[in-house]
Design a protein around this ligand. Structure first.
Ligand SMILES: Nc1ncnc2c1ncn2[C@@H]1O[C@H](COP(=O)(O)OP(=O)(O)OP(=O)(O)O)[C@@H](O)[C@H]1O
Ligand SMILES: [Mg+2]
Length: 237
């Protein structure tokens, strides 16, 4: 579904990503781990064209090289990005926030066509809160709204940047269950950045570990679980 080949990205003079190779197959949950500042968010931003990679690399989404396209075109191809800072509109209601995620031009192949009804089925709390302003939602509710809003664009691939960050453990568990449901019930492919934890290993099909802008591990969750040395050196476990 998605494949990065030798992707190199910079902020000004500073090179952040170095020859990043990464792929997500259809229906997979792939986790990207690494310490703070190693380039995880930049990887997602590079896929979306927000930090466009330079050089000879490729980013192929459904057999098409999308590297070099502007972000709105990439989003319209069927990639949904849920950024770390959520970006809820504080003075719009939940329903109007959901509207901002709709895409008129995207001819999506996604198995589900999302609308209020489907979203409220998946997030009953948002139905209750549909007329509340974004700013009055709790952190967990805002996170659900950010994901729901992205679903309104009917993505086939979802990029999630630390969706559990800053949430109480019980709410974080809800987020994990949601991610699993999106894969199992709705057939979404998912690339997720999270802090390393055994729980994330449980639900990820495969994992990558990044260090200083390079991919230093790629394999199944079981292999990473066994690699205590790597966990200690690169993930601070
Ligand atoms: N807009 C920017 N301008 C310049 N440098 C940046 C910018 N954003 C990030 N960087 C730098 O690029 C490097 C990678 O940042 P990135 O946000 O991708 O890391 P990360 O792995 O997501 O970290 P974290 O776990 O803290 O979210 C860091 O050294 C960071 O300081
Ligand atoms: Mg980050």
């Amino acid at each position: 579904m998605l494949s990065l080949e030798k992707v190199n990205s910079w902020y000004g003079e500073a090179q952040v990503l170095r020859n990043v190779d990464l792929n997500v197959k259809e229906g997979e949950i792939v986790a990207l781990f690494g310490r703070n500042g190693v380039g995880k968010t930049t990887t997602l931003r590079s896929i979306m064209g927000l930090t466009p990679p330079l050089g000879k690399g490729k980013i192929v989404f459904k057999d098409e090289n999308i590297l070099g396209l502007p972000p709105y075109k990439i989003a319209n191809k069927g990639i949904g990005f849920v950024p770390e800072d959520r970006r809820i509109f504080p003075y719009l209601t939940v329903k109007r926030n959901l509207d901002t995620g709709k895409k008129s031009t995207h001819k999506s192949n996604s198995k589900t066509k999302w609308d209020y009804q489907k979203v409220f089925q998946l997030f009953p709390k948002l139905e209750i809160l549909q007329d509340s302003l974004g700013k009055n939602l709790s952190g967990g509710e805002q996170q659900m709204l950010t994901i729901a809003r992205t679903l309104m664009g009917n993505p086939e691939l979802l990029l999630l940047d630390e969706p559990s960050e800053g949430l109480a453990p019980l709410i974080a568990r809800d987020v994990i269950n949601l991610v699993l449901e999106l894969k199992k019930e709705y057939g979404l492919s998912i690339l997720i950045i999270e802090q390393f934890s055994p729980r994330v290993l449980e639900y990820a099909d495969r994992c990558y570990v990044m260090d200083m802008g390079k991919i230093v591990f790629c394999g199944c969750s079981e292999d990473l679980r066994k690699d205590v040395k790597l966990q200690k050196e690169l993930l601070g476990v």
